[in-house]
Design a protein around this ligand. Sequence first.
Ligand SMILES: [Ca+2]
Ligand SMILES: [Ca+2]
Ligand SMILES: [Zn+2]
Length: 132
Amino acid sequence: MLAQLVLQIHYSSRALTHEVGHWLNLEHLWGPNNNPGTGSSCSSDDYVDDTPRCIGVTSCNLNSNSCSNDVIDGYWNSDVVDNVENYMEYSSCNKMFTNGQKNRMRAAMVSSIGTSIWTTNNHNNKVSSFNI
Ligand SMILES: [Ca+2]
Ligand SMILES: [Ca+2]
Ligand SMILES: [Zn+2]
């Protein structure tokens, strides 16, 4: 499993953050698959409205704009650039989650589907220190 993890996200120095995102119910920004760079991904979604549609970016080109249909999710009023710095991309310059992703992770933590990882003690001592 570790080998698979390293192969899938070897671009990123923040692999663990990325995997914790998956564990807390986040998908890749281009949708629920491991295949970045596929044009058809503009029509799939990560179920988070404030992450712009993208095909999956592996570079750190901050001007990357791989999909033009960002308004489809009702959050953006126009086409915007890809969020290449997002932890759920495969780029090597990851440094952020969006508020929508934060809300999805928080929802996962209090979900009855998950184990009881949310407790006041855990929240205060651990979650806050992750700044999510
Ligand atoms: Ca999205
Ligand atoms: Ca766009
Ligand atoms: Zn991943």
